[in-house]
Design a protein around this ligand. Structure first.
Ligand code: ADP
Length: 579
């Protein structure tokens, strides 16, 4: 009905874009289509606006582009221009595909509700013909417009453009992404990828860090360079290339030159780690497309054995300044109905060192409370079946407990409302329903952390005693807790097995690197670093349900924090075995 209020919140534009890509990456892999995105350096990193709606538009355009493309690539480019009068920027997004294209005479119909290019589209591709109409309206609400460009030639594809006006946020977000990095500067990179867009993006990125890059589309040319005596510090090899794939190239490189001039090899792939362990050549890392600059950055530092020169900062708060979640063993229930929001909230919680159980409506919240106590419920206000307000009233009244529980019921969870329509009076409504606190959506790491900091820990009796930590007795059973893993899958959207698989692959690669770091810290006797590294590995483990691993890391973390290093080497052995 066009009656819609937009959020006005500072958010990280890159994170918003990456989260939209995360959701389509699985489908791109299945179809063998390359994904990439490119942000001009002058695009403000943090803008004020409605990140959920922007993601909705991007997701829509990216899904369409993938749907109507059978081979080639889908690329998002973002540019920005400052308006002359005032602080606002015009942001321009363009989603380009190499798909079936749209005949010029049909273009004007596209943005009308319930319209598709022709009737055969519906038969072949399905869809409702609503996505673009909604996306266009959203772009207009954001002060922009939407249009399309296409020659209507199969293979030349289409470009969907939209603009919006936004104010950059002044909150300091240290952007390591576009400045020279002392640890990387001057290092020589070899890039071999048949996809020109990808090469261009990688070149620009590594050059902005001060690296010297040589690129080629041809594996044979790379081999020629090496045979002619050229040396590099690292090579980025694409897996899928027509002439010779990444593994074959790596094998050739190993035969001809790597013994004389060893260098780490990094694989770029949308296929994942398949059979990686059986390979003759070991890759130092595997990166999934689209390549995220932040991931490329940490990977490069890792292969060079360095720590990030700039600490990773989440929306203005250095991760190390966030309250140590380990000290506050909160049990959290996240009540939220949309998968994207679940994913984002869980992701933020995890960064804060927390794990949460999930409920997707009020009835599920009540069920979850029957099963076990929670310290905190993060409660979405609008949910199907039973909304957050009604759920809170029921929780507070205790009716839901049923007769057999009522007597033993001694606590009430701390309820934090999450709502996207930050309207006047909402806060009061939430508090009146019995909620304790209120945060706005999209959830911000610092706001959430503050709110969680106020919640009392209810189940102190179950928290680990503060005395000297004992090595944990490894519980019998699987390394991956099935229930925790199921929750992880649910949070990732169980309809996206490929996304889950690629995340698990990231976990394998990353946790090995984290373990190496931890081992180094223990060997150096650096308790502070040991604590930090154990903490990181603990959080990664929790995310995928490796609960025993997490528990072991936590014991190391606690020992290091208490300055009691004696049991650490023994514990480290356990962690190694577990991993
Ligand atoms: P639907 O749910 O049917 O995909 P949309 O409003 O998102 O609804 O798209 C409307 C129609 O526009 C599609 O059915 C398709 O015919 C056409 N279309 C959208 N994006 C593309 C694209 N990238 N390439 C070719 N055709 C497209």
């Amino acid at each position: 009905a066009g009656r819609m209020d937009l959020e006005k919140q500072a958010f990280d534009l890159r994170e918003c874009i990456e989260s939209a890509f995360d959701l389509v990456a699985g489908r791109a892999t299945e179809k063998g289509i390359d994904l990439a995105y490119l942000l001009d350096p002058n695009v403000p990193p943090v803008i004020i606006g409605d990140s959920t709606r922007l993601r909705q538009i991007l997701l829509n355009l990216l899904s369409n582009a993938l749907k109507f493309t059978h081979e080639g690539e889908v690329v998002l480019a973002v540019s920005a221009e400052k308006e002359e009068d005032g602080p606002l920027y015009q942001l321009h997004f363009a989603v380009r595909d190499t798909g079936i294209g749209i005949p010029p005479e049909r273009m004007d119909r596209l943005f009308r509700s319930f319209s598709q290019v022709d009737a055969s589209t519906t038969r072949k591709y399905g869809g409702t013909g609503l996505g673009l109409a909604i996306s266009k309206r959203l772009a207009e609400l954001m002060g922009g417009r939407m249009w399309v460009e296409s020659a209507g030639v199969v293979g030349q594809g289409s470009i969907f453009h939209f603009t919006l006006r936004a104010e950059p946020s002044t909150s300091p977000l240290p952007i390591f992404l576009h400045v020279k990095q002392p640890e990387l500067s001057g290092r020589r990179v070899l890039i071999v990828d048949d996809n020109a867009t990808n090469r261009y993006i990688l070149m620009r990125q590594v050059q902005s860090w001060g690296m010297e890059a040589s690129e080629t589309a041809y594996p044979h040319q790379a081999l020629d360079w090496l045979q002619a005596g050229q040396t590099f510090d690292v090579a980025l090899l694409d897996m899928q290339m027509p002439e010779m794939d990444g593994v074959a190239l790596a094998t050739e490189m190993a035969h001809c030159c790597l013994s004389r001039h060893p260098m780490p090899l990094i694989m770029l792939t949308s296929l994942g780690l398949r059979e990686a362990d059986a390979l003759e050549v070991k890759f130092a890392a595997y990166l999934t497309k689209p390549i995220k600059p932040a991931v490329l950055y940490t990977t490069l530092l890792n292969v060079f054995g360095k720590q990030p020169a700039v600490q990773k900062v989440i929306q203005g708060v250095p991760a190390s300044d966030l309250p140590a979640a380990a000290g506050r063993p909160l049990r959290i229930l996240l009540a939220e109905d949309t998968v994207v929001n679940q994913k984002v909230a869980l992701h933020i919680l995890e960064r804060l060192g927390y794990r949460a159980d999930l409920a997707s409506n009020g009835l599920e919240v009540l069920e979850a409370l029957q099963r076990q106590p929670y310290d905190v419920i993060l409660m979405d206000v609008q949910m199907p079946e039973m909304d957050g307000l009604e759920t809170t009233r029921q929780v507070r009244s205790g009716i839901w407990l049923g007769s057999h529980h009522a007597g033993s019921f001694k606590y009430q969870p701390y309820i934090i409302a999450m709502t996207a329509n930050a309207m006047q009076g909402d806060r009061e409504t939430c508090l009146a329903a019995g909620m304790d606190d209120y945060i706005s959506k999209p959830v911000h790491v610092d706001e959430l952390s503050l709110a969680l900091g106020k919640a009392p820990v209810l189940h102190q009796d179950e928290a680990r005693p503060a005395g000297a930590p004992q090595p944990v007795e490894a519980p019998a059973g699987e390394a991956i807790d099935p229930q925790a893993f199921a929750q992880f899958c649910q949070a990732m959207g169980s309809e996206a097995p490929l996304a889950i698989r690629s995340l698990l692959q990231d976990f394998i690669v990353e946790s090995r690197a984290q373990l190496d770091e931890l081992r180094r810290a223990v060997q150096a006797g650096d308790l502070e670093k040991t604590r930090r590294d154990a903490h990181s590995l603990k959080s990664s483990g929790m995310l995928v349900g490796a609960l025993r691993l997490s528990e072991q890391c936590k014991t190391i973390e606690v020992a290091a924090r208490q300055g009691a290093p004696a049991p650490i080497p023994g514990l480290l052995e356990q962690v190694e075995a577990e991993l």
